[in-house]
Design a binder for this molecule. Sequence first.
Ligand code: PLP
Ligand code: SF4
Length: 455
Amino acid sequence: MSQVRNPGARTLHPLTAVEQFQVYTERQLEQIPQLQRLPAELRRSMHAVAQVLPFRVNRYIVEELIDWDNIPDDPIFQLTFPQPGMLAPEDFERMAALLDAQVDPAQLRAVVQEIRQKLNPHPAGQRLLNVPRLDDKRLEGMQHKYRETVLFFPSQGQTCHAYCTFCFRWAQFIGDKELRIASHEATLLHRYLKQHHEVTDLLLTGGDPMVMKTRHLAAYLEPLLQPEFEHIQTLRIGTKALSFWPQRFVLDEDADDLLRLLERLVRKGKHVAVMAHYNHWRELDTPIAREAVRRLRDTGVVIRSQSPLVAHINDSAEVWARLWQTQVSLGIVPYYMFVERDTGARRYFEVPLVRAWEIYRAAIQQVSGVARTVRGPSMSAGPGKVEVQGVAEIGGEQVFVLRFIQGRNPDWVQRPFFARFDPQATWLDDLHPALGEKAFFFQAEYDAMQTRAAL
Ligand SMILES: *Cc1c(COP(=O)(O)O)cnc(C)c1O
Ligand code: SF4
């Protein structure tokens, strides 16, 4: 087999057959041996969808995570491979017909563009409202939406070891510069943080920052040990590498350097949180996935987990309860359950809010208090992160009880508010004030913020 990149780790942990990272995109779809067993019609539909939405999978996922005897229902197959229902039927038919006719690339591109524009590539006003400024210049590649936390999108981390089919950042992966949020500027990040003492948390995100070489990560993180960054207490790294490429923490040639870097940050007094994206307990079932968790935890970082609730992958209370239980047994702290965002293939993945709440509730009832650290179901919407706390009846009216977990104005946080019950609603935009109110309590202020940002 392929060469061993981290021989020391290998002798200690003979964990897996897949050691070399090998990726498959739409162009290499036909080279995946397991796909040859699938009906031609299914492969045709994968090609059609993958023209519009990003597709990227790797050999570890194909060989060790997907159960090929359970296609198309296997949750990891649903998580990584394009499915026909992800496009509107008319768009799907159009794409498939263009591919069958082998039209020229320019013609194909034009239609692809048109369909993508219909899929709300930038949800929740990301382009306009959250971009911070330094010396009056917009800092692309950063978002500062909630007072305490700055999001940073390092340019070397704007891809992932594979792509989730439901990804809300899909627009960043399709090679369209217009849609791309990224920064290559560590210096600008550090200058901004120095000037903003209200910020306690830096969240590196992407894509997946763990696709970066350790030395690049170090360039962003290590300077924060200087005294002028004392206010930055928490360094968070959002990643799905623990599921999509756990070798990053075990076998990759700079795996050990990464662990040493994290250890240094922890020893020098930072809280380092790996915000791990897990959708299904199956992602935690391989020996290497568990070894990666163990090695990370040994450095003193805390692993917190978050995931959206999505149809076809994890829309069942049993899956969530088992996911949280598995995580707790491995020392991972369940953190957020998200509602699928209003972008990309949402038509295929979305779950009504009432159903999401029922699943959350039924799952949380099955686990002990140590797993009840998870909050949700939560919508990352324009005004903030809004949690569905439940359905109640107030004065004869059926309502959703909601609260902000995070708000564009910190004062909105933790105030209960109410929306008319709607069994079909899937997002905040579908909801209307209840109990005779004309508007939600935050609406006028939020509208004013948007008007100001547009000027
Ligand atoms: C979720 C989120 C954060 C982090 O919020 P916490 O509740 O502190 O985890 C920061 N910025 C943005 C834009 C977010 O969506
Ligand atoms: S890991 Fe995150 S950013 Fe990457 S494809 Fe999945 S959801 Fe998108």
